[in-house]
Ligand binder design. Structure first.
Ligand SMILES: Cc1cc2nc3c(=O)[nH]c(=O)nc-3n(C[C@H](O)[C@H](O)[C@H](O)COP(=O)(O)O)c2cc1C
Length: 381
């Protein structure tokens, strides 16, 4: 392995880091943290585990993977929320975390159908937790071996990834593609999508403004930074949270230019780059999709998640990059103005809640986000 000194990196700049040698670069991918994506199609000797191996690949806020599963008897399981995996600053009412469980349950259903089982899913069997999630179950799931129709979207599960790259500003998704994405959402939510240039510009401005608020507010910025893992070893060690992977990230960390402390310190390059990378991404949105619900019950949030992942799988099947931008939808006081703005822009009438906003466009491929092993998600009792 070539020796990388702080001095050499500082002298030659970040660009040179990439040239430091393929051998070093190739070994910087956190392979272990991505293993659950490769292992999902392995047999686990129990259909519930075979199904759950796919469900843990569901999109979820900050990749906190808050699911805990208790197997019951030989055909059922109960899903709980790990209350240590919440995001109280950016998600004070646990709305986004609940949406993530909706994504999870939809993948349970799809994977079960693939394996010949239909599912009986009972939401909140001991009552809807309000104002916050608690130790009561999110859902009870029973598998029934009756060979239901398979779900066509399932073929995209292993290719679905949140794409935060800048999008190609020369390519706009067609009306047909947008219609195909909204058409797979369930009737229990209102889904929409548009590439109208005025709306796109308004939403670009809004999402940049909202992001600046989240980044400039110390406690919300810190909440993300505290679960940011930089470089291969840290990502493999803690395969949940936000991952900055790859040779460049590892090298910048090695020389002390990119650390979580620096990211949290206004005026440093790490702080500025943290802000800019997301801004640049927001500015290249070529279309948007969204989900609204008439009310905002826990059930609405689960239904949102189910529709969300279906829309993302439909986008994946059409090579469309899909990047949720949730900042303006967040319920902390400093965001209030942008929360109102997004509801107005998307025509949410009184009482309706915008649950999801996603930028769409065409972009390069990205690797899978880390996942904790399925076995670490099983609980006894
Ligand atoms: C409710 C919800 C809100 C999310 N909001 C954002 C967001 O604002 N910005 C973002 O970059 N990703 C967002 N994501 C995507 C997650 O960060 C992503 O699913 C997670 O890191 C796992 O990565 P993966 O989707 O590639 O598997 C959100 C996901 C969910 C379910």
């Amino acid at each position: 392995m070539p020796k990388i000194t702080r001095r050499r990196l500082l002298l030659t700049g970040a660009g040179a880091v990439i040239i430091l040698g393929g051998g070093w670069g190739l070994t910087r991918e956190p392979k272990q943290a991505r293993a659950p994506w490769r292992q999902a199609s392995d047999g686990f000797g129990d259909p519930r585990l075979d199904v759950l191996a796919y469900a843990i690949l569901a999109p979820n806020p900050h990749n906190m993977q808050p699911w805990r599963i208790r197997l019951n008897g030989d055909d059922s399981f109960t899903v709980f929320c790990d209350l240590n995996r919440m995001l109280p600053e950016t998600d004070p009412p646990n709305r986004q975390i609940t949406i993530g469980f909706g994504c999870f349950l939809e993948l349970v259903r799809q994977a079960a159908a693939e394996k010949g089982f239909s599912t009986e899913i009972e939401y909140f069997p001991e009552g809807e937790p309000f104002p916050l999630l608690d130790q009561r179950p999110i859902a009870h799931v029973k598998l029934i071996e009756d060979m239901p129709a398979r779900e066509p979207l399932f073929s995209e599960v292993l290719s679905r990834h949140t794409n935060r790259l800048v999008f190609d500003t020369a390519q706009t998704p067609s009306g047909d593609v947008l219609a195909a994405i909204t058409s797979v959402a369930s009737p229990s939510v209102f889904s929409g999508a548009s590439s109208d240039s005025q709306l796109v510009q308004n939403l670009r401005d809004l999402t940049v403004d909202a992001w600046r608020v989240e980044w400039a507010t110390p406690r919300t910025r810190r909440e993300s930074i505290e679960v940011t893992r930089i470089g291969k070893s840290e990502i493999n060690e803690k395969p949940y949270g936000l991952a900055l992977a790859g040779a460049l990230m590892d090298a910048l960390k090695t020389v002390g230019l990119l650390t979580t402390e620096k990211m949290d310190e206004a005026g440093t390059t790490a702080y500025q780059q943290g802000q800019l990378f997301y801004e640049k991404a927001c500015e290249t949105a070529m279309a948007y999709a969204w989900i609204k619900t008439a009310a905002n019950t826990r059930r609405d949030q689960l239904e949102t998640g189910r529709a969300w992942v279906r829309m993302q799988l439909a986008a994946t099947g059409r090579n469309l990059a899909f990047h949720p931008l949730s900042q303006a939808l967040q319920e902390f006081p400093e965001m209030h103005e942008h929360y109102q703005r997004v509801h107005t822009l998307l025509g949410a009438s009184d009482g309706e809640t915008v649950q999801m906003l996603v930028r769409l466009g065409y972009a390069g491929a990205i690797p899978p986000a880390p996942r904790e092993p399925l076995t670490s998600k099983l609980i006894e009792g």
